[in-house]
Design a binder for this molecule. Structure first.
Ligand code: ANZ
Ligand code: ZN
Ligand code: ZN
Length: 630
C-alpha cells in the first residue's frame, strides 16, 4: 500500500481555495461580484472567533482549538446554504508588544508586524477558511482612526469626560503602572520600590449611563449561564438606603442595604484610600493611623474579600441619625473608596466583615435582629459569628418587633421624612478609565491649549498617527517626542500640545466585528447597509476569561453606536460559545511557565493539518476542558 502524502494534498487545495477566493463573503446586493440571485436568496450567517493578540510566540494550541472549531462550523454552515462571513484579524495594540520592545529592543511596530505575518502563515497552514480579504490590524492608522472618531463622538455626547483618578506610580520608572504590574505592592521591575498612589487627570467613558440596559438585556442573550451571571455581578446593582450621618457638623452619607440594622451600628469604617480620610484624623490619632496606612498594600477587589480586616481609630465620631448615638470612626482596609460613599455603618452582629473587625479591635457587638427560629449562636452572652438571616427587630426603639424586611421600608421612610436618608440604587460598575500613559495604543485625539483648555482634534485631521520616533523606558514614551507634541490649537490657532496618553487596548476590540462588515471604508466607519445585512454576530467563539471586560465593552459600544443612529439593533452577539481549556500531559493547564506546551506548528510539520484538527476535535467535547493525553 502506498503512503498518502497528506501535506502535498493540503498544499494543493489550500492554494486552490486562495486562488478561487471561495471563502470570500459576498455583501448581498452591494457586491458586484455576487452571482445573480445567489446572495440575496441565501440567508447570512456571521461566525466570529475572538481575534488574537499577535504575540511573538505564534499560535498556541488553544488558538488552534478555537479556530478549528470555528472553521468546522463555518464549512458546515456554508454546506447548509448560508452566505457565511468568517473573518480574521489582529488585536495588535497593547502593552505586551511595548514590553517586548523594551526588553529586546525592537520597535513595537516591527515586533507586531512580524508576529502578525507569523500568525497568518500558521493559520493558513491549518487550512482555516477565513475571508482573508477582510483582515483587520488594529495597529494600522486606517483602523485606529475610527477608534479616535468614536472617541470624538463620545466627547460630543458627554460619554467621554476627564477627571482626576488615582493611578499606581513607580518613582523609579517615573511612570504609571497597570494593576498587573504591581506585585505585592511593589513595582514589577523595581522590587525595592513601593508603588505610590498619584492622582492624575484621566479620560473616562461613562459606561454607567448604560448600566441598566446592560443589565436588563442579559436575560435575553443566548449565552452561557455562567458568563451571564458574571456580567450581572460585574454590573452589581444593589437597592438600598443612603443614610446621612453627621461628623463634626458635616454631612457624611453612607450606603447600606440593611437600614433595618441601624440600631446595631457600633462603629463606622472609612476606606483607607478615602481622599478625605485625613480630615477625620485627630492629632492624637495621627501616628496610629499613619502606621496603619504604611502597612497597606494595593490589592485587587477580590483579594480584599479574603484579607485580614484591619484598621485604626481616627479619633472622630459620627452621630447616628436614628438615635443620636455617638459612634467611633475607624479607617479600614476592607472598605472600597469608590463604592457608595467610601464609608460604612458597621453592624458587627449582622455583617461578618464587621464582626471580624469588631473582634480584632474589641468593639461593641449589638444584636438587633432575632432569628425567627431560635438558633444557638450565642455563647456566654457573646455571639460567635454574625447573623445575616431574616428575623424580627429587637432593641430598636419604636421599630422593635417589626419583621426586618418591613423595618427596612419603615426606617427608610422615617429617615426620608427627616431628610436624613433616601432610597438609592448603587452599581458596582464604574466608568471605564481609558487613559494609558503608554505608547502602543491609539493616541487620544485631544489638544491642550493654554487659552482654550482641552480641545478635540477636528474630524478631518484624523487619524492622529503614532510617531515612530520615541524613547522607551523613561516614563510615557510619547512625551519624549517634542516635535510630535507641538501643534496648533484647532480653535485659536495658537501654540498648543497634544495629549500624550493613548487609549486602553480594549477600545479596539469593542467594535472590530463591525469593521469586518466593511473593512476598507475610508469615508466612514462602516456602511450602515452592510452592517444591517451582516450584524448581529450569529455565533461568537472565544475564551470564558473574556466574560466581563471585552464582552461588556462590546455591548456598551453597540448601544452607544445605536444611539448615534448607526446601528439598528441592541446586542452585538446572538449566541456565544466558550471553548474548553487544553491541558498538557501532566494534567495542568497548558502554559509556558509549566513547560507542558505542545506547539501546533510542530504537529503541523510532522503530521499535517487534518491530523492536528482531528486530534483536537477528538479529545473531548468542545466546551469542556480537555486533557491532551486522553
Ligand atoms: C450596614 C450593614 C449591615 C450592611 C449588615 C450589610 C449587612 P452590596 O450588596 O455589595 O451593595 N458597604 C457599603 N459601602 C461599602 C464600601 N464602599 N466598601 C465596602 N463595603 C461597603 O453591599 C452593600 C453593603 O456593603 C452595605 O450594607 C455596607 O454594609 C457595605 F448587617 O451596611 B451594609
Ligand atoms: Zn519601577
Ligand atoms: Zn486655543
Amino acid at each position: 500500500m502506498s503512503e498518502v502524502d497528506f501535506k502535498a494534498i493540503e498544499k494543493k487545495w489550500q492554494k486552490k481555495w486562495e486562488e478561487e477566493e471561495i471563502f470570500h463573503a459576498l455583501d448581498f446586493v452591494k457586491d458586484k461580484k455576487a452571482p445573480k440571485g445567489m446572495t440575496s436568496s441565501r440567508p447570512k450567517f456571521y461566525l466570529l472567533e475572538m481575534f488574537p493578540y499577535p504575540s511573538g510566540d505564534g499560535l498556541h494550541m488553544g488558538h488552534a482549538l478555537n479556530y478549528t472549531l470555528g472553521d468546522i462550523y463555518a464549512r458546515f454552515k456554508r454546506m447548509q446554504g448560508f452566505n457565511v462571513l468568517y473573518p480574521m484579524g489582529y488585536d495588535a495594540l497593547g502593552l505586551p508588544a511595548e514590553n517586548a520592545a523594551i526588553k529586546v529592543n525592537i520597535h513595537p511596530e516591527n515586533y507586531t508586524n512580524k508576529s502578525i505575518s507569523n500568525f497568518i502563515k500558521q493559520q493558513k497552514l491549518l487550512g482555516l477558511s477565513y475571508d482573508w480579504s477582510r483582515m483587520i490590524n488594529t495597529a494600522s492608522p486606517s483602523y485606529y482612526k475610527w477608534d479616535q472618531w468614536i472617541f470624538l463622538k463620545m466627547l460630543e455626547k458627554k460619554i467621554a469626560y476627564r477627571k482626576k483618578a488615582p493611578v499606581n506610580w513607580c518613582s523609579k520608572c517615573k511612570s504609571v503602572l497597570a494593576n498587573e504590574q504591581v506585585h505585592d505592592g511593589k513595582c514589577w521591575r523595581h522590587e525595592d520600590t513601593k508603588v505610590e498612589i498619584k492622582h492624575l487627570e484621566q479620560w473616562f467613558f461613562k459606561i454607567t449611563n448604560y448600566a441598566d440596559e446592560l443589565l436588563d438585556k442579559i436575560d435575553e442573550l443566548d449565552w452561557p449561564q455562567r458568563t451571564k451571571s458574571m456580567q450581572k455581578n460585574w454590573i452589581g446593582k444593589s437597592y438600598g438606603t443612603e443614610i446621612i450621618f453627621s461628623v463634626n457638623g458635616e454631612k457624611w452619607p453612607i450606603f447600606t442595604t440593611r437600614p433595618d440594622t441601624i440600631y446595631g451600628v457600633t462603629f463606622m469604617v472609612v476606606s483607607a484610600q478615602h481622599p478625605e480620610l485625613m480630615k477625620l484624623v485627630t492629632d492624637k490619632q495621627k501616628q496610629e493611623v499613619e502606621k496603619f496606612l504604611k502597612k497597606l498594600k494595593s490589592v485587587s477587589e477580590k483579594e480584599l474579600e479574603n484579607m485580614d480586616k484591619e484598621g485604626a481609630f481616627t479619633g472622630s465620631y459620627a452621630i447616628n441619625p436614628i438615635n443620636n448615638e455617638k459612634i467611633p470612626i475607624y479607617a479600614g482596609n476592607f472598605v472600597v473608596a469608590d463604592y457608595g460613599s467610601g464609608m460604612v455603618m458597621a453592624v458587627p452582629a449582622h455583617d461578618q466583615r464587621d464582626f471580624k473587625f469588631a473582634e480584632k479591635y474589641g468593639l461593641k457587638i449589638k444584636v438587633v435582629i432575632e432569628p425567627k427560629e431560635y438558633e444557638i449562636y450565642e455563647r456566654n452572652g457573646q455571639i460567635s459569628e454574625a447573623y445575616t438571616g431574616q428575623g424580627n427587630l429587637i432593641d430598636s426603639g419604636e421599630f422593635s418587633d417589626l419583621e426586618n424586611n418591613d423595618a427596612k421600608k419603615k426606617i427608610t421612610k422615617f429617615l426620608e421624612k427627616k431628610k436624613l436618608g433616601r432610597e438609592v440604587v448603587q452599581y458596582k460598575l464604574k466608568d471605564w478609565l481609558i487613559s494609558r500613559q503608554r505608547y502602543w495604543g491609539a493616541p487620544i485625539p485631544i489638544i491642550y491649549c493654554g487659552k482654550c483648555g482641552a480641545v478635540p482634534v477636528s474630524e478631518k485631521d484624523l487619524p492622529i498617527i503614532l510617531p515612530k520616533k520615541v524613547t522607551f523606558g523613561e516614563g510615557n514614551p510619547l512625551a519624549t517626542n517634542e516635535e510630535w507634541i507641538r501643534t496648533k490649537c484647532p480653535k485659536c490657532k495658537k501654540e498648543a500640545r497634544r495629549e500624550t496618553d493613548t487609549m486602553d487596548t480594549f477600545v479596539n476590540s469593542s467594535w472590530y466585528f463591525l469593521r469586518y462588515c466593511d473593512p476598507d471604508n475610508e469615508k466612514e466607519i462602516f456602511d450602515k447597509e452592510k452592517i444591517k445585512y451582516w450584524m448581529p454576530i450569529d455565533r461568537y467563539i472565544g475564551g470564558a476569561e473574556h466574560a466581563c471586560m471585552h464582552l461588556i465593552y462590546c455591548r456598551f459600544y453597540t448601544k452607544f453606536l445605536r444611539d448615534l443612529g448607526l446601528l439598528n439593533f441592541d446586542e452585538p452577539v446572538k449566541k456565544l460559545f466558550h471553548q474548553g481549556m487544553l491541558h498538557g500531559e501532566d494534567g495542568n493547564k497548558m502554559s509556558k511557565s509549566r513547560g507542558n506546551v505542545i506547539n501546533p506548528s510542530d504537529v503541523l510539520a510532522k503530521y499535517s493539518a487534518d491530523s492536528l484538527r482531528l486530534a483536537l476535535m477528538s479529545f473531548a467535547s468542545p466546551d469542556s476542558d480537555a486533557n491532551k493525553s486522553n
